[in-house]
Write a protein of this length. Sequence first.
Length: 372
Amino acid sequence: MNPASAPACSRDGCSLKVADGLTTSSFIAFAIYVCIIQTEITFVKGFDKKIWSYGLSDSHKIRQVMKMKESKMQCFTDAVSCLPPRLQNAALNIPDWQKEACEELHLRAGHTISAVLDGCEQQIPGVRISIEDLRETVSRAARYSVHSYGETLAQGYLPLSGGHRLGICGTAVVGRQMITGIRTISSLNLRIACQSLGSAAPVLRQVLTQGSVKNTLILSPPGFGKTTLLRDLIRQISGQGIRVAVADERGELAAMKDGIPQFEIGEQTDVMDGCPKAQGAMLLLKTMSPMVIALDEVTSPQDVEAIAYAGHCGVSVLATAHAADITDLYHRPLYQSLLALQVFEETVTIRKTNGVRQYICQTVQKGRNFDA
């Protein structure tokens, strides 16, 4: 049969017309290629409808999404490795789509594990958690050397490899009007870190204009993706040939291991981790000659001072803060003092609607009365 006279091929609504003059071998090879593409799309169709917008001709984008899904699954597997075997097995037995969407796992004594999916908790039926399970989880997370994590335990968390974090709740030990540790553990929160490459694309043009990075503050309630957005901004800005220095106090932005970041943060990025943000930022400013300095979660007057120092010596600042929006920010005393410095030019507010993130960019008003 002459390929030129062959009928159009159709599968799942996708039509292919055979070009005139196409050899039989070329036609067969091309048909196999199309079948492979169609198979890939069919495989992912049930998981992410957005794949269809990529089209048959853009197979590499489909592969990128598949790679991202695999990465999320691996992040979940790595994060739950700190759990005791019976809890680990329960977590790994949930459906794959839940592993991909899982943001946190909550472990409460006397209850089953609950997974946070798009901000809502869903119980994982089966295993009930004991106090001993919680103790063992903390021991495993601390590599059976809990005493060496005294400083972070006093702040209520343990850093895990890969950028994951274990939040700890229970009976506090107080000394000199400060929490110095946690005695009886009643619940844990395993926050699962996972990179989302390209997530900063919607706001990049607003933040990076004509090769210059605007001083930008990212706002949202906890769990909305501030750290994820900041990490990808760092990566993309560094990819433009702009030196970025990161003060990564909790190891969530870069997830350094043996001096190598486990997340992609750009080739022109320097990281100082494991120390208070303000101290790390000051050290980076003095030693690494950054063009941009980034820090996650502004929470103290010392952080504000470091931002003021950076902003007033010609270095751009990227930072995040807990606030519902810019109006909420204006009503918080710590952030009033931050905004009064007039360092930040833009805010990016993250909102969620039906599980879909929205980014709202807004110019910071200059000269606003912060005493109101």
